[in-house]
Design a protein around this ligand. Structure first.
Ligand SMILES: Nc1ncnc2c1ncn2[C@@H]1O[C@H](COP(=O)(O)OP(=O)(O)O)[C@@H](O)[C@H]1O
Ligand SMILES: [Mg+2]
Length: 196
């Protein structure tokens, strides 16, 4: 299966999620984000598509498209190849509009959408965002919240899968267990959308 992770807004966790799905579960990556650095971090597994490129080749292996920063025809192509669209966002009033633009843009393409409220401080903010999205779209959206996690940030900084880190011995591994479990659950959730 292929998955498009998209939000025109930066800093919402697209590349963190892409990085963990690629390093933890064997996906390939395709970076379509002029501001991104995922392909520099994982040069073996992630290809980089130039902004001026007009065509996206069909993926040969299961691929995560990390799409951000701008909007063009390649978003339609990535979504057409994908079984699921994942939209990470920060559930605060200031950033919800940018996410809404992304959501409205991709909702027209009739692919399932999984919203990922990331680094949220309050449960209420997630519920408020869900309400705003569903009011605007007119249908229900599934949410998979990811909390702020020092363990996840450490995995990213070390350019490793949090699952790999959680398999080390000792007290340190314990700190990564929670984040590793979360990534397993996200992976299972994504697989639910395979062939749909
Ligand atoms: N749940 C999280 N907990 C801790 N740090 C996170 C979390 N999600 C993302 N980050 C960090 O926040 C920063 C921005 O995330 P990133 O994935 O680069 O966003 P995007 O690709 O949408 O621009 C990165 O340093 C990333 O590692
Ligand atoms: Mg990014």
């Amino acid at each position: 299966m292929n998955v498009t992770i998209v939000n025109f807004k930066g800093g919402v966790g697209k590349s963190m999620i892409a990085h963990q799905l690629i390093t933890g579960f064997g996906f390939e990556g395709c970076e379509i984000d002029p501001y991104g650095s995922l392909s520099d971090r994982l040069p073996e597994n992630v290809s980089r598509i130039d902004v001026r490129e007009k065509h996206l080749n069909p993926p040969r292996q299961e691929t995560i498209f990390d799409f951000g920063g701008f909007d063009d025809i390649k978003l339609d192509q990535a979504v057409a190849y994908s079984d699921l669209i994942v939209i990470p966002f920060i559930p605060t009033l200031e950033t919800i509009q940018g996410t809404m633009d992304t959501l409205v843009r991709v909702a027209a393409m009739n692919k399932p959408i999984l919203m990922v409220p990331n680094m949220s401080q309050k449960e209420n903010d997630i519920n408020d965002a869900k309400f705003v999205f569903e009011e605007t779209l007119g249908f229900e959206v599934e949410m998979f919240p990811i909390p702020m996690s020092v363990a996840l940030q450490t995995a990213i900084n070390e350019n490793k899968s949090i699952i790999e880190l959680s398999k080390q011995g000792g007290i340190k591994a314990y700190a990564y267990k929670k984040g590793a479990n979360l990534m397993h659950r996200l992976y299972e959730k994504i697989r639910e959308y395979e062939n749909h």
